[in-house]
Write a protein that binds this ligand. Structure first.
Ligand SMILES: Nc1nc2c(ncn2[C@@H]2O[C@H](COP(=O)(O)O[C@H]3[C@@H](O)[C@H](n4cnc5c(=O)[nH]c(N)nc54)O[C@@H]3COP(=O)(O)O)[C@@H](O)[C@H]2O)c(=O)[nH]1
Length: 867
């Protein structure tokens, strides 16, 4: 059986000793029944004594009577001595008032013995047999007993300090010495002191009665031992009063008087015995039982604890191991006892552990679970596993030992690793994520700063990914991202950190790289993305715009480097995508300028800084005017004309495009209505619509409202929507366009050929026109793919029942080719640049509604070269 160390730690015992005896011994349990039994016994004995007093003892012969009296006195002295010895031996378990009472009874014992020595017929003192001296001794003895009981009644019930004990001993000694001195003085007194002695006896008896009352009062307050003392004081009072005026010996009355005193002494002995011996013994038995209960409880806890518990002695030997520890380390229960604790460690760690244990033994300190990190432990079969331990130094009487609490953290460690992996890696591509990347850059920066190194951050944003995602669905998009991640990972070196920053953004950290290295990596990235990506029978083309920042020239913190790389990447996008760009300081200046422009844009409408320009569209067949495209112009008081390419994107970023777009729509329709009123009845007004406007819930209502307000016929309003905007959320957009189309409004798909539209979806939109992007038109001069593409787009549009407008027509060759391909409408500088409303009005007024008439150069005062 496992014997747990349940004794109190020596340190605890030391503390207790220094604090003196436990106060618990004074919390005497009430024992009313036993006290009443004793009271009955006392009363019975007293009654017996009273009865005995009626016996004819006085008829006994004087020597016999004297012997009997001496015997009674000897018993009394012996009891008094027993009381004082008991008190001395139990002085640590007794309260101070009882100890002082016990010391008083020592005086009683000594003085009673002297009385015996002084008795007639006893060999003894020189002054023996003197009646006065004997009376003094008797009075001193009785006085000592009564004083002792008074001390018990009035004295403090707390433990006595050594000083108080010494004082008690001194008083006792003084009392004895004073009594002897008085007895000696009494030798000089003449006869006739009997009367005074009788009064003194009566006074003592009265004092004993007072003591009895006080003791009884203390008994009533809950201390059972005082009941015995109260009864003792009462018997003493009877004894003292009964013996008053009698000669000390050879008198039957004196024997009875001393009998009461003997009885009183017995009760005092019993009271002190109960207090000093019985109660502590009961408490000892009780605490022994409690200790046993505790021992069982702790044993149960030890054995059922889910953690491994090992009690290891100072030499590293296992004293006890609980079943969980045995199971954890692959040992049978009980086998670990007696083993060295190092058997639980892999061989390679044992020596180091022994040294650490020796250091620990020199100054053992408790260690909390997991504080010292995790350790590797060994199973009996040689397998290892991670553990955390807590150490609790133990100090018992048999030397110090250590309780080791061992926890197998294998599962927790696996979970932590999984969580850590999830927290630092992208779930889709399994590449390090943004957080991981930032952490790595932070560390690399710290290292580079210390060692004067360099870093390059290559920020990669895929071109056209959004269109793929929107057109072909997210699963295709995800598959494409995984392929991109694989290709990038394969093309980079092992030491380079490739991360997915989110969406279609990737980043590479190149430690120790110079500009040339970063440029080489950017070039490699573009090359590796060049071949088509294939998934689900589809082929996708994905390019990338790459921004590069260098440490330390372009920034010194992660935030700065990342945001500058982002700026450089945007620059690359503006440069036409699929290229890379190093960060330059002026990019941040441009950013600042853009922010300030964006703030001013918010006030441009109410400050009247917006104007519309109108670019004519002509019929390809005869060059007759078919309509206008409204184009927004921002006349900035300081910056002059801000190009729409700049401010439209700012308006889109800030959301201002919704209100600005509404202003354009209203102005364009109002203007067209005025021209209509002037006779230009059949013209179409085309207005550009941003994807942000389409996403705005009130767009359809806004169009309806504008048409109502301006009176412009819905069928003569054409909303131009870019291919990309259509494909952002094709289903939602189709629903919206059908709602607006129901009003009669027509739709043109703008910049066709630059985006990624699905022909399947094109059929679902209520489209009327397709505008061929000017990038194809401008490539028509030379024989090549653009001619083929433009021709195909026109044919496709016609096949879908759409009219075709070619944008950016600048030369007659372009016009002729487009005519040949049966393009319906033409728009471009060849016919007119965008012109102001006033210029258009001047022309309309002069010519009188020239609908379906050839435009002439002079009338539009613009670069107009129509034949
Ligand atoms: N959502 C809105 N977008 C608008 C609005 N107003 C303009 N825009 C868009 O801004 C982009 C730039 O427009 P802009 O600078 O006005 O350029 C237009 C023409 O000036 C230009 N163009 C026309 N003919 C020629 C030509 O022969 N050669 C040549 N190099 N450029 C020419 O093309 C632009 C019109 O393009 P498009 O809209 O695709 O028909 C532009 O994307 C505008 O759409 C607005 O109110 N809302």
């Amino acid at each position: 059986m496992l014997n747990l160390p349940v004794q109190e730690p020596t340190s605890a015992r030391r503390t207790e000793r220094s604090n003196g005896p436990r106060p618990a011994v004074y919390s005497e349990p009430s024992s009313e029944a036993r006290t009443s039994g004793l009271a009955l016994l006392t009363v019975a004995t007293a009654a017996l004594l009273a009865f005995a007093q009626s016996l004819p003892l006085s008829e006994l012969r004087p020597p016999l009577l004297a012997s009997l009296h001496v015997l009674v006195k000897m018993v009394g002295a012996a009891i008094a001595l027993a009381i004082s010895l008991l008190t001395w031996n139990t002085r640590r378990a007794q309260p101070l008032n009882f100890v002082i009472a016990g010391f008083g009874f020592f005086a009683v014992a000594v003085l009673a013995a002297m009385q015996l020595v002084m008795a007639p017929g006893m060999p003894g003192l020189a002054a023996a047999h003197d009646a006065n001296a004997a009376t003094v001794m008797l009075l001193s003895t009785d006085g000592a007993a009564i004083a002792a009981l008074l001390a018990a009644a009035l004295g403090p019930a707390h433990p006595g300090s050594p000083r108080a004990l010494r004082a008690g001993i001194a008083v006792t000694g003084i009392w004895i010495a004073a009594s002897i001195a008085l007895a000696r003085a009494a030798l000089q007194w003449g006869p006739g002191t009997e009367q005074a002695a009788a009064y003194a006896e009566l006074a003592l008896a009265a004092t004993a009665l007072v003591a009895a009352g006080l003791l009884f009062l203390r008994h009533l307050r809950g201390a059972a031992a005082f009941a015995l003392l109260a009864m003792a004081a009462l018997l003493l009072a009877i004894g003292v009063a009964g013996g008053s005026g009698m000669p000390p010996l050879q008198h039957a009355g004196g024997i009875f008087s001393d009998g009461y005193k003997v009885l009183a002494g017995l009760l005092v002995y019993l009271a002190l015995f109960r207090k000093g011996v019985l109660l502590p013994w009961h408490q000892l038995v009780e605490s022994g039982r409690a200790v046993e209960v505790d021992r069982r409880r702790y044993k149960q806890l030890f054995e059922s604890a889910p953690d491994g518990l090992l009690l290891v002695d100072g030499s590293g030997r296992i004293l006890h191991a609980n079943p969980a520890a045995a199971a954890m380390f692959g040992w049978a229960s009980g086998e670990l006892t007696g083993q060295r604790v190092e058997v639980l460690l892999p061989a390679a760690l044992r020596h180091e552990h022994e040294r650490a244990r020796t250091r620990f033994d020199v100054s053992p300190q408790a260690r909390q679970m997991g504080r010292g990190g995790s350790l590797t432990a060994a199973r009996r079969d040689g397998g290892s596993f991670p553990v955390e331990i807590a150490l609790v130094p133990q100090e018992f009487g048999d030397g110090h030992s250590t309780l080791c609490i061992v926890r197998d953290v294998t599962e927790r460690r696996q979970l932590e690793e999984t969580l850590m992996r999830q927290a630092l890696h992208d779930a889709l591509t399994e590449l390090p994520n943004r957080r991981h990347f930032r952490d790595s850059v932070t560390k690399a920066l710290a290292h580079a700063e210390r060692h004067g190194g360099t870093l390059a951050l290559v920020f990669i944003d895929l071109d056209n990914f959004k269109q793929v995602n929107d057109s072909f669905g997210h699963s295709e998009g995800d598959a494409l991202l995984c392929q991109v991640a694989r290709r990038l990972a394969q093309t980079l070196r092992g030491g380079d950190l490739l991360a997915r920053m989110g969406g279609d953004e990737f980043a590479v950290l190149l430690v120790g790289a110079q500009q040339a290295d970063a440029a080489a990596v950017a070039g490699k990235v573009l090359r590796v993305l060049e071949p088509d990506f294939a998934h689900g029978g589809q082929a996708f083309k994905v390019g990338a715009s790459i921004g590069i920042t260098m440490y330390p020239t372009d920034g010194r913190s992660v935030e700065e480097l990342l945001s500058n790389a982002d700026l450089a990447m945007y620059r690359a996008k503006h440069r036409g995508r699929n290229t890379w760009c190093f960060f330059e300081q002026r990019m941040t200046e441009r950013l600042r300028e853009r922010s300030s422009l964006q703030r001013e844009l918010a006030h441009a409408t109410k400050r009247g800084q917006f104007e519309l320009a109108f670019q004519p569209r002509v019929h390809a067949s005869d060059g007759a005017l078919s309509g206008y495209e409204a184009l927004l112009r921002w006349r900035h008081p300081l910056h002059g004309n801000v190009p729409p390419d700049v401010f439209i994107s700012l308006a889109e970023e800030s959301g201002l495009i919704v209100s600005i777009g509404e202003w354009v729509l209203r102005e364009a329709c109002a203007q067209a209505a005025r021209w209509r009123a002037a006779g230009a009845a059949d013209l179409t007004m085309a207005v550009n619509v941003s994807p942000h406007q389409l996403r705005h819930a009130g767009f359809a209502a806004c169009v309806q409202q504008v048409l109502l307000e301006t009176g412009w016929p819905a069928r003569q309003l054409e909303l131009e929507i870019t291919e990309t905007a259509l494909m952002e959320d094709p289903r939602e957009v189709a629903v919206l366009l059908h709602r607006i189309n129901a009003l009669g409004v027509r739709f043109a798909i703008d910049d066709f050929g630059t985006g990624y539209s699905s022909l399947a979806y094109l059929k679902t939109f209520p489209l009327h026109r397709l505008k061929v992007d000017r990038s194809f038109v401008q490539g028509l001069q030379v024989e090549g793919s653009d001619r083929v593409i433009a021709a195909s787009i026109i044919a496709l549009a016609h096949a879908l029942g759409l009219e075709v407008t070619a944008e950016g027509v600048e030369t007659a060759d372009q016009r002729d080719f487009l005519r040949e391909q049966r393009c319906d409408e033409l728009q471009g500088y060849l016919f007119s640049a965008p012109i102001s409303a006033a210029q258009c009005e001047a022309w309309l007024t002069q010519k009188g509604i020239p609908c379906r008439q050839s435009l002439t150069p002079h009338c539009l005062q613009a670069t107009y070269v129509c034949e």
